[in-house]
Design a protein around this ligand. Structure first.
Ligand SMILES: [Zn+2]
Ligand SMILES: [Zn+2]
Length: 330
């Protein structure tokens, strides 16, 4: 079977792999339908993720179909599933507290463990969840990236009348806007790209859009940093209201913050990493399965997986929303 391989940074190839192993016990063999290319896939490809290992098969946003199930796996052949791509031990102090996202022994598919961009792969059934029949695969592939935002926004209270600024309008920023829009909040989207702001305006006419230079201090009850840039983090501290909440999902390597501003304003900062399983995945599925939840603007292109180089080049360019690889094309 074929799959993608990042041999070393900047070297992506299609590779002939042996077929995925026969599932045993609680394992399932999944035939991939769509894979979403994520910022971290781009990071691995560009050699920008310190804990990545090479060569590695990329891919962690995965929707597939059960091709075979081990005797203890509660799935039947043909069922569609979404994959939770971060392993957790279930036994460490964090897992015991339900915080599987910060498990001491976490490994991430497609980063430091072979991922799912291949025609088939085998995985423990504890890392898959069924996709409802009413949810098309094109939308279901957003479950994993949306779970990141579900997890982040549970730390604060987004509701009608609350003002939220979202800094960064990539996939995670757009999904933040979708969730805040669903909750009825007053949203302001901030990005350095006029093109991205125009897209936000087009899909969400009620959302106010600003370039970073246009945002004013002390304006928002909640600020979400989804750009992963130092300047965005610094700006978040400035534009959040005194007593407000600052939720950080972007991963700027460092920032230069006026600590005195932070303290005097009594800002609460929340770091938020991925999601817990199954809670945040189940909530993400419920949102996407609700017609009132508008996430469609996030997907921008679908390529057959054989055209992975073009798909990656587009993803690297940063000019598009979520790009999908279609694995049903053989
Ligand atoms: Zn991702
Ligand atoms: Zn653990």
């Amino acid at each position: 079977m074929q799959g993608l391989n990042v041999k070393e940074p900047e070297q992506l190839e299609l590779k002939e792999y042996p077929d995925a192993k026969e599932p045993e016990h609680d394992e399932v063999k999944v035939k991939l339908i769509y894979g979403g290319i994520c910022g971290s896939d781009v990071g691995v490809y560009k050699g920008k993720i310190a804990h990545a290992s090479y060569p590695v098969r990329p891919g962690h946003e995965l929707i597939g179909m059960i091709a075979e199930a081990g005797e203890k796996a509660p799935y039947t052949v043909g069922e569609r599933v979404v994959v939770e791509p971060n392993s957790f031990c279930g036994a460490c102090e964090f897992c015991q507290a339900g915080k599987t996202n910060i498990c001491k022994y976490k490994k991430s598919l497609g980063v430091n463990d072979d991922g799912g961009f291949a025609e088939t792969f085998t995985i423990s059934a504890k890392y898959v969840l069924p996709v409802p029949e009413t949810l098309p695969s094109e939308k279901a592939v957003l479950i994993e990236p949306l779970a990141v935002i579900v997890h982040a926004l549970e730390k604060v209270k987004v509701e009608k009348g609350v003002s939220v600024a979202v800094i960064g309008c990539g996939t995670e920023g757009m999904l933040t806007i979708a969730m805040c829009d669903y909750a009825g909040a007053d949203i302001t989207a901030i990005d350095i790209s006029e093109e991205k702001l125009a897209k936000v305006n087009h899909h969400y006419p009620d959302v106010k859009t600003l370039l970073p230079s246009e945002a004013e201090a002390d304006q928002y009850d909640i600020v979400v940093e989804a750009a992963g840039a130092s300047a965005s983090f610094e700006q978040g501290v400035e534009i959040v209201k005194p007593g407000g909440d600052f939720v950080v999902v972007g991963m700027a390597p460092q920032a230069n913050v006026a600590v005195i501003r932070l303290v005097r304003k009594e800002v609460t900062i929340y770091g938020s990493i991925i999601y817990t399983m199954p809670h945040d995945f189940e909530k993400a599925i419920a949102y996407l399965n609700d017609d009132a939840f508008r996430a469609e603007p996030v997907i921008s292109k679908i390529y057959p997986f054989q055209e992975c180089q073009q798909a990656y080049d587009d993803a690297v360019s940063g000019r598009y929303g979520k790009i999908l690889l279609d694995f049903q094309t053989t």
